[in-house]
Design a protein around this ligand. Structure first.
Ligand SMILES: Nc1ncnc2c1ncn2[C@@H]1O[C@H](COP(=O)(O)OP(=O)(O)OP(=O)(O)O)[C@@H](O)[C@H]1O
Length: 308
């Protein structure tokens, strides 16, 4: 199937001479939730801004639902809703007027029933006649989303959707994003919160210093790069790991009471059976054991660190 967004060899050098994107290739699949991860200044906002026509690319092409984002700008842009990081305009307008205006900008005929649905979904219906400046920070965020959805886009970009919002609003937003996806909207979000990507995304892209260093299904990524750990609470503390076991990926806690064995989650053989056998041969018994898996956060940190 044709990707809904097809980015080829996209390059951006700002007037300052800074090269913010380096030949980025990325195909976004129809209907997916794609999380773009990257440290501060990695190029996430630059990438989104180019796709949305706010910033000009230095080289490369972007097709949005088959429309070139420069030659066929209006059609490309009409498919996109953008939720920016900050609310910049319309503070004196009411919520309702803002939505109607946004919809009109894209040449869509008025549809009060649709706008009402959007506002109700975002728990903003009661606030429809309030001026935006009179709303709380969380409500302003919801208005940004409502505004981005006013023209019924098929693609929604969320730039750091939950930066600085409370836990409740964050979970509301996640729920809303899932509902949008169920309705066939493709969602691309940038985030610093790896928890968010882990919770929401179907696929994850990692951008670092303007380069897309990885794009992968979340599940595959976690399987490929995830490490597992087996923690053994020993019956009796030991002073050190026996010489004969020194070659194994084992770590002993400072108090000598816990052994941690790290193994590759993708490996066919974990080596656990052999480990337990050898421990027993050396008279090391344990009273309890737990296993844990590395989070996307650990995977991300190790990926980016490997590139420094
Ligand atoms: N108008 C500009 N002129 C010059 N350099 C810029 C401009 N806009 C962004 N940059 C630089 O490009 C790089 C990427 O910025 P960008 O905003 O895309 O990063 P980001 O990944 O969105 O970061 P953050 O997570 O902090 O929002 C940064 O080094 C930034 O300083």
């Amino acid at each position: 199937m044709q990707p809904i967004i097809d980015i080829r060899r996209l390059d951006k050098t700002y007037a300052s001479g800074f090269r913010a994107l380096k030949s980025v290739d990325l195909a976004i699949r129809r209907g997916e939730i794609f999380a773009l991860l990257g440290p501060n200044g990695a190029g996430k906002t630059t990438l989104i801004s180019i796709v949305c026509g706010i910033v000009n690319a230095s080289a490369g092409t972007v097709a949005v639902d088959g429309h070139d984002h420069v030659a066929d700008f209006r059609a490309a842009r009409a498919s996109i809703g953008l939720v920016p990081q900050e609310l910049s305009t319309d503070a004196f307008e009411t919520v309702w007027a803002t939505l109607r205006f946004s919809r009109g900008l894209f040449g869509k005929p008025p549809d009060p029933a649709y706008l009402e649905r959007v506002l109700r979904e975002l728990s903003l219906w009661d606030k429809r006649d309030s001026r935006i400046l009179a709303l709380s920070g969380g409500m302003k965020r919801r208005v940004l989303i409502a505004k981005a959805l006013a023209h019924e886009p098929r693609i929604l970009f969320l730039d750091e959707p939950t930066a600085g919002v409370d836990v409740e609003l964050r979970h509301d937003m996640w729920q809303m994003v899932r509902r949008l996806r169920e309705n066939g909207v493709t969602i691309i979000l940038t985030t610093h919160y790896i928890e968010e990507a882990q919770e929401m995304a179907d696929r994850v892209g990692v951008i670092h210093r303007g380069e897309l260093i990885l794009v992968e299904d979340k599940a595959t990524l976690m399987r490929k790069l995830g490490k597992k750990q087996l923690t053994l609470q020993l019956q009796a503390p030991i002073a050190e790991i026996p010489e004969a076991l020194a070659g194994l990926p084992l770590e002993l806690s400072a108090d000598g009471g816990t052994l941690v064995y790290t193994f590759d989650a993708r490996g066919e053989a974990t080596g656990i059976a052999a480990l337990l056998r050898r421990l027993s041969e050396h008279g090391i018994d344990f009273r309890d054991l737990q296993s844990s898996e590395s989070s996307l956060e650990e995977i991300f940190v190790s990926l980016v660190r490997g590139r420094q």
